[in-house]
Design a protein around this ligand. Structure first.
Ligand SMILES: Nc1nc2c(c(=O)[nH]1)N[C@H]1C(S)=C(S)[C@@H](COP(=O)(O)OP(=O)(O)OC[C@H]3O[C@@H](n4cnc5c(=O)[nH]c(N)nc54)[C@H](O)[C@@H]3O)O[C@H]1N2
Ligand SMILES: Nc1nc2c(c(=O)[nH]1)N[C@H]1C(S)=C(S)[C@@H](COP(=O)(O)OP(=O)(O)OC[C@H]3O[C@@H](n4cnc5c(=O)[nH]c(N)nc54)[C@H](O)[C@@H]3O)O[C@H]1N2
Ligand SMILES: [Mo]
Length: 691
């Protein structure tokens, strides 16, 4: 599917233009050019001078930002109080004063009756700008609410695994060093969908050989020099087979390992035993392809991009720990063109103190431990543990596991629920109070890409529609109504931006960054681990980790795969779709029309053995739920694997998360959503029967 602006309309006449930055949870972090006329936005496009967007937004953002996102008829405009049955979304508008006063009174009552820990704080990255993403945490720390650990829905297993090995998960290679690489290995990421500009420019402009490891022949994989197509969850075995092939060709850097790593001797016997031929029986990847990947990677310098899809497996932490060994065993670290990347999220590299932003110091002794998103439904249905719920920057009913159970829990009359969003969503329909949020086009903020080492300005282009307020202003008002005295709770956006920019060394202040849009953290590329010191307990790469052992995990990455699905079942992958961005844009009419009915893609042989033709309606089910989907045949999938993308809203009673039982991965209490197994059979009933 082409990723480009959906219309090449004549540029609307404008009397003012300004630069801003896209804050979606996306690797790209595009620069945006907003054109205004008579104070109103007339177009939102890619900034031609921006190194990432280069004058074009992706199709999904260009569509949404020029339509529903700036259309007051589509947006939430005023606070509303529930006036109907939970789930119907029926409410009556109320003033901000009334809404904030009533919410504060309810929260105070819950706190005195059952403790603030019985109020759940559910949030993620609906917007990733720094203040709108983190400032509300100041309020929640002060309140003493139970946080639902945000990364457990996305990438926590990978973070935990990389910290054991390298001491950090957020200091990846600088993409600008790609010109020095002879090979780029993309393992379990699909930038064609999830980083469309990196796919269109960064990957196209490199001379490096491109190797992609993905169970699906994605457009990213199809364009690569080499595609390895393992069965999902078997990547740790593939990683060991690759290390075996590297060992055979003398590409293991023993000198580097002796000086900078601990524990090679503990995995050496596994490496030497895991020959690509035996591994092929588990992974499905032919030995010759592994040998070829080893040849390309061994040439070096080589970059390794470890995607987030990679670790959303039952053994996702182990997978990440095994795959991330490659740079260590070949000495591909600390030099330009070398290294690995998971998420370049380290704010301190930009001179920004994350603790300042979210003020954990406001928490009082005995603050509750965070829970996992995998436990959200169970906790919410338990009246002893959950009396209140505040949701912001997230649409959990569409994005979280155990959808049917979560829906029942949200319907609890005695669960006091507040939801803050731009739009009326599946989740806001269950809230007692729905509060309208301002979009990124409506306030100033700062952004740090998690792929590029950059800092960007988010610049106010218009007033919020109706009475919508920024997340941070909503929580300032709530703090005031709760009678809190701490000054951190009231710090203004302008003061925060000034302080952040001073820390980041931007002497020109916000106006200067806003004129520029985006700047690199430093003119020269960042080289992580240049001194070959690692922030682990030993200061070395911990191939064998005592910290992991102390947490009850194996000392080293294991050479094992998730079990294959039981007979008759398929493993269901639900990764990012090129025209959706998580659950955002699931309500954009043009995108809905383009996507049409929700589908499940099956290998032609898996479809054939079930007597299913393309276009048939099927019931996709397991012990957690059932969905009615339309069949597509796809030879891009291996046998035994089905594909239904994430990000749709709950049409016909549910979306793909109706099938997600919420099993935790092996590390970080994180999601293993790509480990879901389903049965696919001809539909015998209609979608409404199923719901
Ligand atoms: N089956 C399956 N499920 C998945 C995944 C998967 O791979 N498969 N992936 C998971 C992953 S990786 C993630 S990150 C989660 C994401 O899941 P979500 O966090 O639920 O999705 P988002 O689209 O990021 O954002 C949710 C909401 O934020 C709102 N929003 C946007 N800007 C603002 C703002 O400024 N203020 C407020 N208050 N709201 C705003 C949007 O309108 C949207 O409703 O989904 C997870 N769910
Ligand atoms: N267009 C678009 N862009 C997005 C998002 C979106 O929803 N839409 N979501 C954003 C968010 S929150 C995130 S976290 C990122 C995620 O973006 P990515 O890091 O690219 O991760 P995913 O899209 O979950 O999955 C990427 C690939 O991993 C593959 N995969 C699944 N299981 C396995 C496995 O066992 N082994 C291997 N080797 N590969 C496997 C899938 O087939 C898929 O092609 O994208 C961000 N960007
Ligand atoms: Mo994510």
């Amino acid at each position: 599917m082409p990723i480009r602006e959906t219309s090449d309309r004549m540029q609307a006449p404008a009397d003012e233009t300004l630069l801003t930055t896209c804050p979606r949870d996306c690797y790209d972090g595009c620069g945006i050019l907003v054109r205004k006329r008579a104070g109103r936005i007339v177009s939102v496009r890619g900034d031609p001078a921006h190194p990432v967007s280069r004058g074009r937004l992706c199709g999904k953002c260009a569509t949404a930002y020029n339509r529903e996102w700036i259309d007051p008829r589509a947006r939430l405009l005023q606070p509303a109080r529930r006036a109907g049955v939970k789930g119907t979304g029926v409410g009556e508008t109320v003033s901000w004063e009334a809404a904030i006063g009533e919410i504060a009174a309810r929260l105070a009552r819950i706190e005195s009756a059952s403790g603030a820990r019985s109020i759940l704080n559910v949030h993620y990255t609906g917007t990733t700008s720094l203040i709108a993403g983190a400032f509300p945490m100041r309020f929640f720390h002060r309140l003493g609410a139970t946080e639902v650990a945000p990364d457990t829905i996305c990438n926590m297993a990978g973070h935990v695994a990389l910290k054991y090995l390298y001491g950090t998960s957020t200091d990846g290679f600088d993409p600008r060093t790609a010109d020095r690489a002879s090979c780029i290995l993309i393992w379990g990421a699909n930038p064609h969908a999830s980083a469309p500009h990196a796919h269109a420019h960064w990957l196209r402009e490199t001379d490096a050989a491109l190797v992609v490891v993905d169970p699906i022949r994605t457009p990213t994989a199809a364009r690569a020099d080499l595609h390895l197509q393992p069965f999902p969850g078997s990547d740790a075995v593939l990683a060991y087979a690759l290390m075996h092939a590297l060992w055979r060709r003398g590409a293991i850097d023993h000198d580097f390992l002796a000086r900078h790593a601990l524990g090679w001797e503990e995995i050496e016997p596994i490496v030497t035993a895991c020959d690509p031929l035996s591994a092929a029986e588990i992974t499905g990847v032919p030995a010759a392809a592994v040998e070829e990947a080893a040849r390309l990677y061994a040439r070096g310098p080589s970059l390794l991009w470890l995607g987030q899809g990679l670790q959303r497996q039952p053994s996702g932490g182990n997978v990440m720990r095994a795959c991330a060994l490659l740079p260590a065993v070949t000495g591909n670290l600390g030099r330009p063109g070398c290294g690995l990347l998971y998420l370049n999220g380290n704010l301190e590299r930009r001179g920004i103190d994350p603790q300042y932003l979210s003020a954990p110091g406001l928490a009082r002794p005995g603050a509750p431990r965070a829970i996992s998103h995998m436990d959200l439904a169970a906790v919410l249905e338990d009246a002893r543990r959950a009396r209140g719920l505040i949701v912001w920057n997230m649409n959990p009913l569409a994005s979280c596991p155990q959808q049917a159970r979560l829906r029942r829990a949200l319907a609890r009359e005695d669960l006091f629920t507040v939801a803050i969003d731009l739009f009326a969503t599946d989740t806001t329909a269950y809230a007692d109070y729905v509060l309208p949020a301002a979009s990124f086009l409506e306030f100033d903020d700062l952004l740090a890409s998690y792929f590029h080492y950059s800092l960007s300005a988010q610049v106010k282009a218009a007033d919020p529609p109706g009475e919508a307020l920024t997340n941070q202003e909503i929580f300032r008002r709530l703090a005031r109504a709760m009678g809190y005295a701490e000054t951190e709770l009231y710090e203004s956006d302008a003061a925060i931006i000034e302080r952040l920019l001073a820390g980041a060394g931007d002497s020109g202040g916000f106006a200067s960054l806003a004129a520029q849009g985006t700047r690199w953290v430093a003119p020269d590329p960042v080289i992580p681990f240049a001194d070959l010191r690692f922030p682990t307990p030993s200061g070395r790469i911990e191939i064998a980790s005592s910290a992991a052992a102390a947490d009850g995990l194996p000392r080293t990455a294991q050479c094992r795969a998730d079990p294959r699905p039981a007979a008759g079942r398929l493993r269901l992958l639900s990764p990012a779709h090129a025209w959706l961005l998580n659950t955002s844009f699931g309500n954009v009419a043009r995108i809905e029309a383009r996507l049409g009915e929700a589908t499940i893609a099956l290998h032609p042989a898996d479809a054939g053995s079930r007597g299913l033709r393309a276009g048939d309606r099927v019931s996709v089910s397991n012990e957690f739920g059932a969905l009615l989907l339309k069949v597509e045949h796809s030879a891009d999938l291996p046998r035994g694997v089905a594909l239904a993308h994430k990000g749709r809203w709950l049409e016909a009673g549910g979306n793909v998360n109706a099938l997600n039982g919420g099993a935790k991965s092996d590390m970080g209490e994180s999601t293993s959503v790509h480990g879901v197994e389903v049965t696919v059979a001809p539909a015998l009933c209609s979608a409404t029967d199923i719901s």
